[in-house]
Design a protein around this ligand. Structure first.
Ligand code: ADP
Ligand code: 5GP
Length: 204
C-alpha cells in the first residue's frame, strides 16, 4: 500500500516558550515525525549542530535561496533571517512523515496561506514572567537579545487566535503528549482517510 501522506504541522510560540524542548519530547513519543531543519543567518549557539538544528548561512547565501524560490517561507526575526527549505518538506510528506516546522508567526502565516491543509499549533508559556525566567535560564542570549525577544514575544502572543490549537507548556511532558494527540487526531480526520475508505470494499 502507498504510504498515506503525512501532515504538515506549524508550531509557533515566543522564543523561550519551550518549542525545542517539547519537539524533542514529541520525537521520543513518535517515530513518524520529521523536524524541518531551517536555514538561518544567526550564529550557532553552543551545542547546536549544522544540518541538525539549522543550516547556518551567510546573508548572501540565504538571499540566494530566496531568489531561487527554494524556501517555503522566510522572515526576519530579531535581526536575523530564518527560512524553511521547501524540497525536504515535500519529500518527507510524500513519504508519509508528519513534518514539523518550528517557525515564528510571520512565516507561519505564509505557510497557512500557501498550504491550507497545514495544522497550526501555538505553544504558550504559562506566563510572561516564566518566559523571561526561561530565556535567562537558558543562558544562550545576550541581555540585549533577551530584551528584543521579550518585546517580540508580546506581539507574538497576541496572534495565538490565528492558530487552530494552543498548547500551554507548563509541564513539558504534558505539552508533548498534547502535541502527539493533536497529530493523531488530525491524521484520523475523515477527509485525510478518503484515499483509504473510498478504495477497496468499505463503501458500497
Ligand atoms: P524555544 O525553543 O521555544 O526557544 P527552549 O526549548 O530552548 O525554547 O526552552 C527555553 C528554556 O526553557 C530552556 O532552558 C528549557 O530547558 C526550558 N524549558 C522548556 N520547557 C520547560 C518547562 N515546561 N518547564 C521549565 N523549563 C522549561
Ligand atoms: P531561535 O533563534 O531561538 O532558534 O529562533 C528564533 C525564532 O525563529 C523562533 O520563534 C523560531 O520558531 C523561528 N524560526 C526558526 N526557524 C524558522 C524558519 O525557518 N522560518 C521562520 N519564519 N521562523 C523560524
Amino acid at each position: 500500500m502507498k504510504a498515506e501522506r503525512g501532515i504538515l504541522i506549524v508550531l509557533s510560540g515566543p522564543s523561550g516558550a519551550g518549542k525545542s524542548t517539547v519537539i524533542a519530547g514529541l520525537m521520543r513519543l513518535r517515530q513518524d515525525v520529521r523536524f524541518s531543519v531551517s536555514a538561518t543567518t544567526r550564529e550557532p549557539r553552543p551545542g547546536e549542530e549544522e544540518g541538525k538544528d539549522y543550516y547556518f548561512l551567510t546573508r548572501q547565501a540565504f538571499l540566494r535561496l530566496v531568489e531561487n524560490n527554494a524556501l517555503l517561507e522566510h522572515a526576519e526575526y530579531v535581526g536575523n533571517f530564518y527560512g524553511t527549505p521547501a524540497e525536504p518538506v515535500e519529500r518527507d510528506l510524500a513519504a508519509g512523515y508528519n513534518v514539523l516546522l518550528d517557525i515564528e508567526t510571520q512565516g507561519a502565516v505564509q505557510v497557512m496561506e500557501r498550504r491550507p491543509d497545514a495544522v497550526s499549533v501555538f505553544l504558550c508559556p504559562p506566563s510572561l514572567a516564566e518566559l523571561e525566567r526561561r530565556l535567562r535560564g537558558r543562558g544562550t542570549d545576550a541581555e540585549e537579545k533577551i530584551r528584543g525577544r521579550l518585546e517580540t514575544a508580546r506581539r507574538e502572543l497576541a496572534r495565538v487566535k490565528e492558530y487552530t490549537y494552543t498548547v500551554v507548556n507548563d509541564d513539558a511532558d504534558i505539552a508533548a503528549w498534547e502535541l502527539d494527540a493533536i497529530i493523531t487526531a488530525e491524521r484520523c480526520r475523515s477527509e485525510r482517510r478518503m484515499e483509504f475508505t473510498e478504495k477497496g470494499d468499505l463503501i458500497l
